[in-house]
Design a protein around this ligand. Structure first.
Ligand code: FPP
Length: 230
């Protein structure tokens, strides 16, 4: 089995976890943010090249205003608390999603973190913020149409199309993990999931610890990936 290179996680269940503790939903998101640190360090230690985390979807704007504004504060919280450690671990921050609709202060925090870590050569910790896979594909198609119109290209094949996606610089997706016992993809990486392994874990994200993560890796290496062959 080839070494795992790119893992994506749908970090679900913060709200339900908080409720189970008789706490506000925001407390769950706060715990979830601490857990991003734990899993990022664990993935980096395992030599994972890219960890893509679904931090905020194009659909999450539908949540109550207060919750949206709290979620938008998480990047600042995360980098204030963990930037020193991320630098020590040589982790590089990236993001994918449409930056222009994100509040200015949040966008600035993300840009600063990307800039600060741009020369780091360890794992890429890639936050999907204001990301939706259908939107990503529509943007890609419009970009293709523009390039055709300008005479830059005539047609696209799979490889060329991938160059227009937000993951174009990353290795192919190997594994998707979703926590909290929901069995959905929720508009995440639809194209990239074509041959990824899927894992659904029953624990809410704040309880998905390093040990659980290592179990997922162990499970991954036991699987027989055939990519349509035999
Ligand atoms: C889903 O749980 C979780 C989110 C929508 C937010 C996830 C974000 C983080 C864990 C932190 C992100 C960190 C940074 C640095 C950007 P839910 O609220 O849908 O839980 P529920 O299904 O139980 O309601």
């Amino acid at each position: 089995m080839e070494k795992i290179r790119h893992i994506a996680i749908i970090m679900d269940g913060n709200g339900r976890w908080a409720k189970s503790q008789n706490k506000m939903r925001t407390f769950g998101h706060l715990k979830g943010t601490d857990n991003v640190r734990n899993i990022a360090i664990a993935a980096n230690d395992q030599g994972v090249e890219v960890l893509t985390l679904y931090a905020f979807s194009t659909e999450n704007w539908k949540r109550p205003k207060d919750e949206v504004s709290y979620l938008m504060k998480l990047p600042a919280l995360f980098f204030n608390k963990f930037m020193t450690e991320l630098m020590e671990k040589n982790i590089r921050i990236m993001m994918m999603g449409e930056m222009d609709q994100i509040p200015k202060e949040t966008a600035q925090v993300l840009i600063k973190a990307m800039d600060q870590t741009k020369n780091n050569t360890g794992m890429i910790l890639n936050f999907a913020m204001n990301y939706g896979s259908r939107r990503e594909m529509i943007l890609a198609i419009n970009h293709v149409l523009k390039d055709v119109k300008e005479g830059k290209i005539e047609t696209v094949d799979e490889e060329r199309f991938e160059q227009y996606l937000m993951t174009s610089k990353f290795p192919p997706l190997d594994l998707l993990i979703r926590t909290s016992g929901e069995y959905r993809i929720s508009n995440f990486l639809l194209w990239q999931l074509a041959y990824a392994e899927l894992m659904f874990v029953d624990l809410p994200w704040p309880e998905f610890d390093e040990q659980q993560f290592l179990k997922c890796l162990e499970n991954f290496y036991k699987r027989n990936r055939r990519f349509g062959g035999i």
